[in-house]
Design a protein around this ligand. Structure first.
Ligand code: SF4
Length: 380
């Protein structure tokens, strides 16, 4: 936080409306924020807070919690009191849960106006949100768009994917308009599909038609191995087009992986400093050192330090296999290593050779240098 939102090189940023989710600015000129969702029982406030703290240490900036019943809505009070990041209450069906979550301090609510069980309920929810300045995130999901709408677009010659994307846009716009009719202006929208092409098409269309900030992601993307790739392609495409104000990588797995993947996507799009950027070669028949093991150890070391709330002052760390590209990249980095023909690690620091080390001693040297260049940043 605090850093200015950077513009991706590929496209100018969509000019979205600025809203506030607790202390986090979303849209306008704010940096793209990383969200995740707890998978603890929200009624267990202590367990939920533990998970929120762990996710925050990894870089999560806004957290969503499921609110399926009144006890979960009540637990928001204790969670909100100690959460280091804003808490979004995820509501379905029962508008009274949205009211209770807001009364208990939720920084935002996420709901689908279409699935609330009481028509007058939405008006009450909207009135309280406006009174308290609480934003509402609406979301259309390809799993719940109206079949008739999809068919209508298909009958006009669109493919099924195009028709679903159109239906997602219509459904999200309808939800926004409904909230607007009750005076809500602090709206954030999401248009989710588990298909990358549909997701990207829907966000593009919606982005062109409104200035609402967008929460982007590919929903139900799957287990980490597949889901991270789908999310990186979908979210990355949108970010490079200047679309997206907050993101969630949605994975069937530990939410910690969602946050780490979200951070890496922002880093890869040039929207967040990697601190340090770690570059490593793919290895080939010339590699005579355990480069993969070494690169993994360096990645883990950096991740561990970051997880403990440290900032790493090194800008670029290079882990390279041999003398072909190794010395060039390693010399260009703040800290670099290149394998040599006799299995040694040639270490470079700020462009100068430090020496040739045996693998264990070389890693220890690397580790000390990274630790030496780490400072504790504390809470942010
Ligand atoms: Fe192969 Fe050397 Fe290039 Fe690594 S740096 S991919 S080991 S040629």
């Amino acid at each position: 936080q605090g850093q200015k939102r950077r513009r991706p090189m590929a496209a100018s940023r969509r000019n979205s409306r600025l809203i506030r989710v607790g202390a986090v600015a979303v849209g306008g000129d704010s940096p793209v924020s990383i969200q995740s969702m707890t998978n603890t029982d929200t009624r267990d406030a202590a367990a939920t807070l533990n998970q929120i703290r762990a996710l925050h240490r990894l870089g999560c900036q806004i957290i969503r919690v499921a609110v399926p019943d009144p006890a979960a809505a009540a637990a928001i009070r204790a969670i909100r009191a100690e959460s280091p990041i804003p808490v979004v209450a995820d509501i379905h069906f029962d508008y009274r849960l949205a009211l209770a979550a807001m009364e208990n301090g939720a920084d935002a609510i996420r709901l689908n106006p279409g699935n609330l069980n009481d028509e007058g309920g939405l008006e009450q929810v909207a009135a309280l949100a406006v009174e308290r300045g609480i934003p509402i995130r609406v979301g259309a999901n390809s799993g719940s768009v109206r079949t008739a709408l999809v068919r209508r677009y298909q009958s006009r010659g669109m493919s099924r994917d195009e028709a679903v994307a159109e239906a997602l846009v219509d459904s999200a716009l309808e939800q926004c308009r409904l909230l607007e009719s009750f005076g809500v202006t602090q709206i954030k929208a999401a248009l989710k599909s588990s298909s990358v092409p549909v997701t990207v098409a829907a966000y593009r269309k919606f982005a062109a038609r409104t200035d609402y900030p967008l929460h982007i992601g590919v929903t139900e993307a799957g287990t980490p191995a597949r889901g991270v790739i789908k999310s990186a392609v979908g979210i990355g495409t949108l970010l490079m087009e200047g679309i997206g104000d907050t993101l969630r990588v949605s994975l069937t797995g530990d939410p910690a992986e969602e946050v780490i993947a979200g951070r890496r996507i922002l880093e890869a799009c040039g929207l967040r400093d990697a601190m340090p950027e770690i570059i490593s070669c793919p290895t080939c028949g010339r590699t005579e050192i355990d480069l993969i093991g070494l690169a993994e150890k360096v990645e883990e070391l950096v991740a561990d330090i970051k997880e403990s709330g440290h900032d790493i002052k090194l800008r670029k760390v290079a882990v390279m296999g041999c003398a072909v590209n190794g010395p060039g990249e390693a010399r260009d980095a703040d800290l670099g290593v290149a394998g040599s023909r006799n299995g040694k690690l040639v270490i470079f620091k700020f462009g100068k050779v430090v020496g040739a080390f045996d693998p264990d001693a070389g890693f220890e040297y690397f580790k000390l240098e990274i630790l030496k260049n780490s400072t504790r940043t504390g809470e942010d």
